[in-house]
Design a protein around this ligand. Structure first.
Ligand code: ASP
Length: 331
């Protein structure tokens, strides 16, 4: 009797599972049947937004649907992943984020999502170096002069960032550690508005990705630049020295990005999104713009769900050690 009971239950369960799988397949076969929302954790006009908008059009073209960019800003970039983690797992709401997906796991005691459990991985996107900038009329002109100035003026120089967990905060933290500078941080909802304030002279320093700083540096009129955060110089601006070669030995900050969907999004849908991402990264216009902005394409094995999963896992562990040693945290 018991055995029959168990068998009936097993059959019912198998039927339900098969029905769910069929529903998933049907969804995947018709997908995408409406516009897709690509959620960006920071303000419009900032570097993450620039990358999202660069990819949205070609991704939409290969998917046959519009990809709408939505800026869900605030809390250092943690509101957007929280929104996507709670969204319906149908592939219609996806996320682009940088390494804040890894750092937030240690920085925030009460993070409303788990980067390693609440998402499906679409693929890694781009690696982007950063540059350290100041307002145009800042008293220092070179990195040695800047180091001297911040040392002589503790708690007077302001540094803009996009909140705890933002890479601008991370870069500022490394700069403060290596230079011994005591800076006042000014948080924004993204470095787009921070850059506007830097150009307007309301804030002194900003460290930000080249995807938004290169055009401003090349314009030459509105900011000063002190160096590149990677050990290699930028291909688009080879005359600009690195921070490392000017004395901040070992300064090495490069920003990786990934694309995610809510946990439970059908595999076929993830595959279609991954294909569209890779097609966008191979688009000639996109490749040209990426090169102009000194960003780097990732290798094909990284632009995969598995490549992103492995990288995120390693990065969560790496930043746990670094952040714990630095004693930084957020509420
Ligand atoms: N660059 C930013 C950061 O510091 C965010 C942004 O894209 O606005 O994380």
């Amino acid at each position: 009797m018991n055995a029959i009971h168990i068998t009936r239950r097993a059959v019912a369960c198998a039927c339900a599972c098969a029905a769910l799988a069929l529903a998933g397949n049907a969804l995947a076969a018709n997908w995408p049947d409406k516009p897709i929302t690509l959620v960006v954790p920071y303000s419009a006009g900032g570097p993450t937004d620039v990358v999202a908008r660069l990819l949205a059009v070609p991704m939409g073209q290969s998917l046959g649907q519009t990809v709408i960019v939505e800026n869900t800003v605030g809390a250092g970039g943690t509101l957007a992943p929280a929104r996507v983690a709670r969204a319906k797992a149908d592939g219609n709401t996806i996320l682009i984020h940088h390494m804040g997906m890894a750092t937030a796991m240690t920085l925030y005691k009460k993070l409303p999502y788990d980067s390693l459990k609440d998402f499906e991985y679409i693929g890694q996107v781009l690696d982007v170096p950063m540059t350290l900038l100041s307002r145009k009329d800042f008293p220092a002109n070179t990195l040695p002069e800047l180091l001297d100035y911040v040392k002589k003026n503790p708690d007077k120089v302001t540094l803009a960032n996009a909140g705890t967990g933002a890479v601008s905060q991370l870069c500022g933290m490394v700069f403060a550690q290596q230079s011994g500078a005591k800076l006042i941080t000014v948080p924004y909802k993204g470095t787009g508005p921070a850059m506007n304030d830097l150009m307007g002279g309301q804030v002194d320093l900003l460290c930000d990705q080249t995807t938004s700083t290169v055009p401003v540096i090349q314009d030459g009129k509105r900011v000063k630049v002190f160096g590149v955060t990677t050990p290699q110089r930028l291909a688009s601006m080879p005359s600009l020295p690195t921070l490392d070669e000017q004395g901040l030995k070992g300064f090495d900050v490069k920003v990786w990005h990934g694309m995610y969907a809510p946990k439970g999004t059908p595999k076929d849908v993830i595959d279609k999104l991954n294909k569209a991402l890779n097609a966008a990264l191979k688009d000639e216009m996109v490749k040209k713009r990426i090169a102009e902005l000194s960003a780097d394409l990732v290798s094909p094995d990284k632009a995969t769900p598995e490549g992103l999963r492995k990288h995120l896992e390693a990065e969560v562990a790496r930043w746990r050690t670094v952040i714990t040693a630095a004693g930084v945290s957020a509420e």
